[in-house]
Design a binder for this molecule. Structure first.
Ligand code: TYM
Length: 511
């Protein structure tokens, strides 16, 4: 199947998380990390819904509360996005601190990304970008989007034990990244404030200096613990985490703030500027990416030019069509709705595959009502339907049984078709030239908070004002330290097991 411009996105999708069927056979406890997203399996062999509260506890990430929402509204003068109102973005790290910083200094850096495993993104991938666009509009701040063509190449090669497979040559990932870049642009980002790049194309200069510095701070055990890797994981994938982490540092992109970078032929600025390094960052993403950023936060203040601890705002997963035990997966076309799907395909997928919380028969449904908590069409509406009133009305009438499954699916189909059609209309206008503009490093133009007590110019100017010298990085929280310890212990155990009972014998592939 081809995406709007011919790039493969389904059968050829690579490096994506396991599809729902595979998850069913493999999982016991729920497993969530950047490379695995699956609910648990109960004693009857049924996949259970992802337990986000248990996950929050395990990762030790605080809940996003009504207080945060109120404060957001006070600081920005705008109501929070529906994804925040409905607690689909449900957890965070230091979200309050980023609001403090914005009030005082007037801006911060937004950073998010995409691993281009296929030529078209699916609706789940669009979720953090929709939210990020809203944040960019409201805060009027710069944004960097990292397209990790290198990560997806390494991950796929690792999965295929080094073999070259169809649709997974190195160049294919660069092509997917370009197609995904156009998808992201079509979600409405402002060129003046946005820099999008692929790792293969942009890496070098201060970015690469930050990478090696960060690589020097991470141990194999930490990476294994956080990502579930072992000794047979290729070395590129082990090292990749440093790249995704330092992409959060403003000092990896001096050009965006009007400074020089260390690149041929000018070799300006051999090391990052301190005051650019001090610009804080907020990352919107789903909670699968949190393990990277735990490592990041632990090491921000260990850099030669320290950065404040990166703030995070974390979402739940837009569920697979089959239900809430997995997320949409690019490797299983029937689990996901792609941004390149036609209206007919959307209708067919929802009608045929979307798990229903309705009664077994029409009579049962009318008598006992339906269950919106497990209903996929209802879940999708909660992400894409703007009106809170209508959503509540749908929820209540479905519970009562006055709204049928067919009617609920119909409403969901209408809303998704509207969203995807409007997206495709904008996507068809994103030319190669527009894409190149977004991908050109240049000074970004943003205004930030007009009521800030210190100006953006102060914050990024050559002379760093006194007040910027305060170290906002602080120490790890108790929860973060605990989560790290657990992950490291796990990795150490794994390493010991690999060495065998005597703790000496390396595995065959390591010798
Ligand atoms: P990737 O391509 O797996 O996912 C891209 C973004 O989409 C989020 N996401 C989802 N959100 C809601 N529902 C879903 N079903 C769903 N599936 C994926 C992911 O959390 C992510 O935010 N390694 C990263 C690329 C990356 C990145 C980053 C992501 C590099 N730097 C900074 C976030 C922030 C990846 O492969 O994402």
């Amino acid at each position: 199947m081809a995406s709007t411009d011919g790039a493969p996105h389904t059968a050829d999708a690579v490096g994506a998380p396991p599809a729902v069927e595979q998850v069913k056979q493999a999982a016991k406890e729920q497993q969530i990390d950047p490379y695995n997203v699956s609910g648990g399996v109960d004693e009857n062999g049924n996949v259970t819904a992802i337990d986000y509260e248990a996950l929050r506890e395990r990762f030790n990430t605080p809940a996003l509360t009504q207080e945060h929402l109120d404060r957001f509204e006070r600081v920005t003068g705008k109501p929070p996005h529906r994804l925040m109102r409905r607690k689909l973005f449900f957890s965070h790290r230091d979200f309050d601190k980023i609001l403090d910083y914005y009030e005082k200094y007037g801006f911060f850096l937004l950073y998010t990304g995409r691993g281009p495993s296929s030529g078209s993104m699916h609706l789940g991938h669009a979720v953090p970008f929709l939210f990020t666009k809203e944040l960019q509009d409201i805060f009027d701040v710069p944004l960097v989007v990292m397209l990790t063509d290198d990560e997806k190449f390494l991950y796929t090669r690792n999965k295929n034990q080094g073999k070259i497979t169809k649709g997974a040559a190195l160049g294919d990932f660069i092509e997917y990244a370009h197609q995904n870049c156009k998808d992201i642009i079509a979600l409405g980002f402002d060129l003046k404030k946005t820099f999008i790049y692929t790792d293969y194309e942009y890496m070098g200069g201060h970015f690469y200096q930050n990478i090696t510095e960060f690589e020097a701070l991470l141990t194999n055990n930490q990476i294994r613990g956080a990502m579930g890797f072992d000794g047979s994981t290729n070395i590129g994938l082990n090292a990749y985490a440093a790249k995704q982490c330092v992409a959060a540092f403003a000092s990896s992109y001096p050009t965006l703030f009007g400074a020089g970078d260390f690149r041929a032929p000018t070799y300006e600025e051999p090391r990052p500027r301190k005051h650019i390094a001090a610009i804080p960052t907020l990352i919107p993403c789903a909670i699968d990416q949190e393990p990277y950023f735990r490592l990041l936060r632990e090491n921000c203040d260990r850099m030669e030019f320290p950065a404040p601890k990166t703030a995070l705002i974390l979402s739940k997963f837009l569920t697979a069509l089959q239900g809430s035990g997995g997320k949409m997966s690019a490797s299983d076309p029937n689990s996901a709705i792609f941004m390149s799907d036609t209206s007919k395909q959307i209708e067919k997928k929802i009608n045929r595959f979307a798990f229903s919380g309705g009664g077994a028969t029409k009579e049962d449904h009318e008598k006992y009502g339906g269950n919106p908590d497990v209903d996929v069409a209802y879940a999708y509406l909660s992400y894409f339907l703007e009106s809170d009133d209508e959503l509540i009305e749908i929820e209540q009438s479905y519970r009562k049984g006055t709204l049928s499954t067919g009617e609920l699916k119909k409403r969901c189909i209408q809303e998704l078709q509207k969203f995807v059609e409007a997206f495709q209309e904008r996507r068809s206008k994103v030319t190669e030239e527009i894409m190149r503009e977004f991908m050109t490093p240049r000074k970004l133009e943003f205004k930030g908070n007009p009521n800030a007590t210190a100006s953006i110019e102060d914050a990024v100017s050559e002379k760093k004002p006194e007040e910027k010298q305060e170290n906002t990085s602080g120490k790890l929280t108790k929860g973060e330290r605990k989560a790290l310890k657990i992950a490291e212990k796990k990795a150490e155990k794994l390493a010991l097991r690999e060495k065998g009972p005597e703790g000496e014998q390396p595995k065959a592939e390591e010798s």
